[in-house]
Design a protein around this ligand. Structure first.
Ligand code: GLY
Length: 422
């Protein structure tokens, strides 16, 4: 099986590495990729938001399966075009990708499927902002205002704050540029990212993971695309996880079928485990980054065959997934100033070691690997438990040099210390 992966992040690097371990995968191509993925797959420079270019490439590399990583091509309907060309695709249709692309659509599906989620309100005019903020606050205890950009914003469009002025400023800034704002009630409790492979009807959950969205140690500072992750979650009881599949994911998949927007691909369920039980924070229509780097490091089942089964509606026959024992931790190395405008073009050393996945990297004409984006690398440590996996990840990151770069030193720390309780 020849597989074409679309995307350029460490998530796509992790997908390639897991696909490479599948004995039925005989060829790998990626577009546009990065300096790390170029070492393990044929690399092609195409505009991944152009259906015509992706289909032409899939034909040129004789792909049996196309795996679309990022949300933007999915929301634009690139998966529909690949399927229309007669090529198996892992990724939802444009209609189904609205579960991520339109927060209003996601809320509607959840209401119809009877799924617990935050209450929310769209504000589309500055004149209505203050009254809406009052309806969602002032928050009590540890609670906070949750203000979201109603568009795709690579994880950076959300502000969660107990400070009304900060919440108001974020919302007013978005409204000034003509973008509606979503206000949500605050869901307390630890967050879980549960990735489910779905072929329309059948749901196959992967190991649950947790990511770290804020830039600084102790969850300080602004939100990012994700600064680290770990899997599995020793603090999450198995029955909660099974219950989420039965009471949230399967009803949502069934509701999508009922609406004629059947979801085939990776349904990412972002949950908060609140005092009243699990509640949905968000759905995404693709693998999460950086959780994928940790989750796929532990997968023993053949990923190419799994994604092909999803793309052909054959998941019911796939059987149980197999996982290696132990834990995986991924830590993101970010460029100076990220999540603001990152400094780029600096030479990186130590990035070719095992366990280093590339994201914002490029190879210069002289052969040097240089930074080219905000999240530059993801390092992945695997170990018998979370402490061992953390130690390995921080060992690897300690051997990498990138001027001005930063990373969080507390990824998976509380979980390794047994300090997360539900
Ligand atoms: N880790 C957050 C995301 O992928 O959206």
């Amino acid at each position: 099986m020849r597989v074409l992966v679309i995307g350029s992040g460490a998530r796509e690097h992790a997908l390639l590495l897991a696909l490479q371990r599948d004995p039925q995968v005989t060829g790998l191509a990626i577009a546009p990729g990065n300096a790390g993925t170029a070492r393990i797959a044929e690399q092609h420079a195409v505009d991944v938001t152009s259906s015509a270019e992706v289909v032409a490439l899939a034909r040129a590399v004789r792909a049996d399966l196309v795996v679309i990583g990022p949300e933007v091509p999915l929301v634009l309907g690139v998966a529909d075009a690949v399927r229309a060309a007669g090529i198996v695709c892992f990724g939802p249709s444009r209609d189904a990708a609205r579960i991520e692309g339109s927060k209003a659509f996601a809320k509607d599906v959840m209401a119809a499927a009877g799924v617990r989620t935050a209450t929310s309100e769209i504000v589309d005019s500055p004149a209505h902002l203050d009254a809406a903020l009052d309806r969602f606050g002032p928050p009590a205890g540890d609670a906070a205002w949750v203000v979201k950009d109603d568009r795709l914003a690579a994880g950076k469009g959300v502000v969660v704050t107990p400070d009304r002025d900060v919440a108001r400023a974020h919302a007013a800034g978005l409204l000034e540029t003509g973008h509606p704002v979503l206000l949500e009630s605050y869901l307390d409790g630890p967050e879980v990212s549960l990735f489910c492979v779905v072929d329309g009807k059948t749901v196959v959950p992967l190991l649950p993971a947790q990511d770290f969205k804020r830039v600084g140690v102790g969850d300080a500072g602004p939100n990012t695309g994700g600064m680290g992750a770990y899997a599995p979650l020793p603090w999450l009881p198995d029955d909660v996880y099974r219950d989420v599949v039965g009471t949230i994911v399967e009803p949502v998949a069934a509701e999508m079928v009922a609406r004629g927007s059947s979801f085939s691909g990776l349904l990412y369920v972002g949950l908060a485990i609140t005092a009243k039980g699990p509640a949905v924070v968000e759905f995404n229509c693709r693998f999460g980054d950086p959780e994928t780097q940790a989750v796929l490091a532990l997968l023993e089942s053949p990923l190419g065959q799994l994604l092909y089964a999803a793309g052909t509606g054959a998941l019911a026959d796939f059987g149980e997934l197999r996982w290696r024992d132990g834990a995986a931790v991924t830590v993101v190395l970010a460029a100076e100033n990220y999540p603001g405008r990152p400094r780029v073009g600096d030479v990186i050393t130590g990035s070719e070691a095992d366990g280093v996945l590339h994201a914002g990297t490029a190879r210069r004409d002289d052969g040097a690997i240089v930074s080219s984006g905000g999240r530059v690398l993801s390092v992945v440590g695997i170990g018998d438990d979370l402490s061992a996996a953390r130690a390995r990840a921080y060992d690897i990151i300690g051997s990498i040099r990138l001027p001005g770069s930063h990373f969080r030193s507390d990824i998976a720390l509380l979980a390794a210390q047994g300090k997360i309780r539900v």
